[in-house]
Write a protein that binds this ligand. Structure first.
Ligand code: ZN
Length: 300
C-alpha cells in the first residue's frame, strides 16, 4: 500500500493554519485526540456523557481514542476540545461531517435549562459560521441537529445516546437557536404574544418558525392549519397520538413518562416564544398569550 500518514501529515500542516474556529463563549482546551484534519460540518450531533465532570482529561488521554468538539456542563459550563472545523472522534463515520457536543450527566436525566441554552448557543454559532439548517434531523448526511443514535452502526451503534429524555429537548434547542440567530426573541421573553404591535413580518415569521420547531412541524414560518393542529394538540393535552407527534415522542398512543417529559419540554419552548413564564405548565397566562398570538398570526 502507500504511506497515507505522510501525505496526511503534510495536509495537516497546511490545515493547521486554517482550522481555528472556536465557538464564542466556550473555553478552548485543545486535546490530543484528533488528527487535526479539516472538515466543514453540516450539523451538530447531540451526545450524553453518561458521567459527570469535564472530559478534557479523557479526551487528552491517547489511550481513550475519543474526543468531542464541545462539552456542556450541567450548570452552564462550556468547553471546546477540538475546533469546530476540525474532525473530532465522537461518532466514527459521522465525524467527517458533523461537530459533536457531549452533555454532562446520564440519559436517565433530562438536559438542564443551562445545557439547553449551551447547545442552542453552539448550534446558533454553527448556523452563522457554516450555514446549518435550523431543524432537527434524524437522517445522517442532512444538515441539522441530530442524535448520536440516528447514525446507527456507521456511527458506532449507540442506540441510547443521548436517550429519549435528552432527545426530547431538540425542538426547544432549535427554537432557541432560531431566536438567537434571528435576534428576535430574548432568552425568557418575546413579542409574538406581547401585543406590542411593533413586530415586523420577518419577526413574526421567525417566531412562528420557533413555534413550529417546538411542535415538530415543517418550519416554513406560516402558522397554517398543520401548525395550528399541532399547537392545539399540545394545548388540549388529551394525550392523543397527535399530541405525542407534536411533542416529538413516538406516537404509540400510550402516554407514559417519556411522553410527559417531552410535553413539558414542548410547553416550555412554546412559553419562551410567547414571552410568558417558562415553567412547563400550560396555565392561564400561557393560554391568554397563545390566544392573542393565534388571533394575530393564524392563517387558516
Ligand atoms: Zn454519543
Amino acid at each position: 500500500m502507500y504511506d497515507l500518514s505522510r501525505a496526511h501529515r503534510h495536509d495537516r500542516k497546511m490545515e493547521d493554519a486554517l482550522v481555528t474556529h472556536i465557538v464564542p463563549g466556550f473555553t478552548y482546551r485543545p486535546v490530543g485526540n484528533t488528527d487535526g484534519d479539516a472538515i466543514r460540518p453540516i450539523g451538530l450531533v447531540l451526545h450524553v456523557q453518561q458521567g459527570n465532570g469535564n472530559l478534557f482529561g479523557w479526551f487528552n488521554n491517547p489511550s481513550s481514542q475519543v474526543s468531542s468538539t464541545l462539552w456542556a456542563g450541567r450548570s452552564g459550563e462550556r468547553e471546546q476540545y477540538v475546533p469546530s472545523d476540525v474532525r473530532a472522534w465522537a461518532q466514527v463515520a459521522g465525524n467527517a461531517s458533523y461537530d459533536s457536543i457531549e452533555t454532562e450527566g446520564f440519559n436517565t436525566e433530562p438536559l438542564t435549562d443551562a445545557q439547553i441554552e449551551t447547545v442552542a448557543q453552539a448550534y446558533a454559532d454553527g448556523v452563522r459560521t457554516f450555514g446549518w439548517a435550523l431543524v432537527v434531523t434524524h437522517t445522517p448526511g442532512s444538515s441539522g441537529l441530530i442524535l448520536h443514535s440516528d447514525g446507527g452502526a456507521a456511527w458506532g451503534s449507540h442506540p441510547d445516546c443521548p436517550g429519549v429524555l435528552r432527545a426530547a429537548a431538540c425542538g426547544t434547542i432549535i427554537a432557541r437557536a432560531t431566536a438567537i440567530v434571528r435576534r428576535m426573541v430574548p432568552a425568557r421573553g418575546g413579542t409574538i404574544g406581547g401585543g406590542t404591535g411593533g413586530g415586523s413580518q420577518a419577526q413574526a415569521q421567525a417566531q412562528a418558525q420557533a413555534l413550529q420547531q417546538a411542535v415538530h412541524v415543517a418550519a416554513d414560518g406560516i402558522w397554517g392549519p398543520a401548525t395550528d393542529a399541532a399547537l392545539q394538540a399540545v394545548r388540549e393535552n388529551r394525550h392523543t397520538r397527535a399530541e405525542q407527534a407534536a411533542v416529538g415522542t413516538s406516537a404509540d398512543g400510550v402516554w407514559g413518562p417519556q411522553s410527559q417529559a417531552a410535553y413539558v419540554v414542548t410547553v416550555k419552548a412554546i412559553q419562551s416564544v410567547l414571552g410568558v413564564g417558562v415553567d412547563g405548565v400550560w396555565g392561564a397566562a400561557t393560554d391568554r398569550a397563545f390566544t392573542m398570538a393565534r388571533n394575530t398570526y393564524f392563517t387558516p
